[in-house]
Design a protein around this ligand. Structure first.
Ligand code: ZN
Length: 211
């Protein structure tokens, strides 16, 4: 090694620990951890694991919100209490006036009157202006079995019917297709003599729905 080289190495060796230390310091101050801002929900790089907000703006916003919540807490409690009392009041009484019944069912008073008038809901008229509904009857509305509508079928006269052969010709379909349509649409068919009939009006409705 030449003399100059030795000096160069010696100098380098002297500043080396400093360089390493410097690098370390920069790294540590740049060390970040991904966190979610508690105010805006954005992911941000935090310098410490306990940083809660992405920015000063979010920090102060959160502080203001907390202050508001503390201030409003008693008010919210009162509102909650009143609402709860009202619900339990309506739930507890045995008879409801129409207004309360409407509130309970989230319906209009008009609808309640309609239900009373059509016999869907029992009611007592204490006076012309005071109609009471038994609470249990409202509960019972939800227990009633579904009403199945039964259509009364009246056999139409043959003159108002197509027999199967006629229907196939008129609507230009196969026997199988015709029977499928009758089955799928639950059309009433009946036998008379050696023919099976279906009402013209029913088939016309299916083949020419715009008529
Ligand atoms: Zn934020």
């Amino acid at each position: 090694m030449k003399k100059g080289e030795i000096i160069a190495w010696a100098c380098f060796a002297q500043i080396l620990p400093g360089m390493i230390l410097k690098t370390y310091l920069i790294m540590s101050s740049n060390f970040t951890v991904n966190r979610i801002c508690e105010q805006c929900g954005r992911v941000f790089s935090a310098r410490t694991t306990v940083t809660r907000f992405c920015s000063k703006v979010c920090n102060s916003k959160n502080g203001k919100m907390r202050a508001r919540n503390i201030k409003m807490a008693p008010m919210d409690q009162v509102v909650k209490k009143v609402l709860n009392e009202r619900v339990t009041e309506v739930n507890a009484v045995e008879f409801l006036n129409v207004k309360n019944a409407a509130q309970l069912l989230r319906a209009s008073e008009k609808m309640i009157y309609q239900m009373i008038n059509t016999g869907k809901l029992n009611a007592v008229n204490l006076s012309k202006r005071k109609t009471l509904v038994y609470r249990k009857d409202i509960d019972r509305l939800f227990e009633l079995p579904q009403v199945i509508e039964i259509k009364e079928i009246i056999q139409p006269p043959v003159s108002e019917c197509y027999n199967m052969g006629e229907a196939q010709q008129i609507f230009n379909i196969s026997e199988k297709a015709l029977f499928d349509i009758i089955k799928r649409n639950k059309l009433f068919k009946f036998q008379e003599g050696k023919f099976t009939y279906v009402a013209k009006s029913e088939l016309n409705k299916i083949f020419n729905p715009e008529l």
